[in-house]
Design a binder for this molecule. Structure first.
Ligand SMILES: Nc1nc2c(ncn2[C@@H]2O[C@H](COP(=O)(O)OP(=O)(O)O)[C@@H](O)[C@H]2O)c(=O)[nH]1
Ligand SMILES: [Mg+2]
Length: 375
């Protein structure tokens, strides 16, 4: 007899559950499906319990994500736009910005705990506000948050309730910006829920489908998969490298006084050459697990090769076997004033601009940017 079975989804990632093929997403042993009403897929179970991923998933394509945003537009929903403070320039997507113009948006500057405590939230708020304005977006409010530290989740609730007016809420942003963590923190704090938590992990593509959470009888909050970090180094390197370059604790800034013709090397992944200019202090904001080494510019190629081939620096990646795997950018600083030069997903260097010439070497395809200082 033909049987119609209710489709059950994993509450951790939103995938449809199946017990036919262990190699495919959504697998869960038959006996678990029979015994329990709510059950996590095997991948989410392992991720939540052992922090490991058994089947790597590619980041979702943008197109799929844009359909979700299109839906939000049609509904005139409230948007929570989650921006990763550490990887701001890959989480703030021009393509997505274009789509959400004219919608009500709460901007969440996420992972605040990674910045030194001494930094004022207002400074961060100003930065986010300026970037939003430059992109032609109006943020109704900006919440500086950290789900990890349960920081400002109550403020988010306040803004959400004020702005929502019975509408649905879409939590959007780049993959790994901390959307699911934010939703989990919100549920834990305010919804007195016993439902399972959404799976979070440092690897892109953890949330596979839109996950719905009822807010009241007629409206919902949607946690979305987010869009890929195409321009970030994260989309290129191996998992054990991601573990080292994504900071998990407060970043300890490291400052180097460099004279012209000196270089600094970031793990076996990138290099910063000070070509021309007066002696300058360069403050580096990178994961504390990324080793930073100095070298004279004349020896920089040799030093880099030596570090990488002999594994004498942390971390190294298969994508950078030699300095020729790096792409070079030259930056001529025109104005005075502090600024950031950054390599998206890896970190940034803050210094007082003073007509220097700088060369940045980064893995091919990774965005190198110059911006007003974040902090
Ligand atoms: N340092 C820090 N890490 C966070 C915070 N929130 C989330 N993360 C981490 O960021 C990674 C991605 O989180 P996740 O919620 O899965 O992101 P999503 O892809 O946007 O849903 C995980 O490793 C989280 O532990 C935070 O407030 N601070
Ligand atoms: Mg997620």
């Amino acid at each position: 007899m033909t049987e119609i079975r209710k489709i059950r989804r994993c509450p951790g990632c939103g995938i449809i559950l199946q017990s036919l093929d262990e190699t495919l997403p959504g697998y869960v042993p038959e006996k678990h499906l029979e015994r329990h009403e709510v059950v996590l897929c095997q991948r989410c179970f392992k991720l939540q319990h052992y922090g490991e991923d058994i089947a790597p998933h590619e980041p979702r394509v943008n197109e799929e994500f844009l359909t979700i945003v299109e839906q939000a537009r049609r509904e005139n929903a409230l948007i929570i736009y989650v921006l990763d403070l550490f990887s701001f320039d890959s989480s703030f997507s021009p393509e997505v910005n274009e789509k959400i113009k004219n919608l009500d948006i709460i901007g969440v500057a996420n992972k605040r705990d990674l910045f030194p405590k001494s930094v004022k939230d207002d400074k961060i708020r100003e930065y986010v506000k300026r970037r939003a304005e430059e992109a032609g977006l109006v943020f109704d409010s900006i919440v500086i948050a950290s789900p990890l530290k349960k920081y400002n989740i109550d403020e988010l609730k306040l803004h959400l309730e004020q702005r929502r007016q019975g509408r649905n809420v879409y939590v959007i942003g780049a993959t790994s910006s901390g959307k699911s963590s934010l939703v989990n923190a919100y549920m834990k704090q305010f919804m007195n829920t016993t439902t399972m938590m959404i799976t979070t992990s440092p690897f892109p593509g953890t949330t596979l489908r839109v996950i719905e959470i009822p807010l009241d009888e007629s409206s919902r909050l949607f946690d979305t998969p987010g869009y890929a970090l195409d321009t970030s180094i994260i989309s290129q390197v191996e998992r054990d490298v991601i573990r080292q370059i994504v900071p998990r604790t407060e970043i300890k800034p490291r400052t180097f006084q460099l004279a012209a013709k000196q270089s600094i090397i970031f793990g076996g992944l990138a290099r910063f050459d000070f070509m021309k200019g007066k002696t300058t202090g360069f403050t580096c904001y990178f994961s504390n697990m990324v080793e930073i080494k100095r070298s004279a510019l004349v020896n920089a190629d040799k030093t880099f090769e030596n570090l990488v081939t002999k594994n004498k620096v942390r971390p190294t990646s298969k994508i950078v076997k030699s300095v020729t795997d790096l792409e070079a950018f030259e930056v001529a600083i025109a104005d005075k004033g502090r600024l950031d030069i950054g390599i998206v997903g890896l970190g940034w260097i803050n210094f007082a601009g003073n007509k220097q010439t700088i060369r940045v070497l980064a893995p091919k395809g990774v965005l190198v940017y110059v911006q007003a200082p974040k902090i």
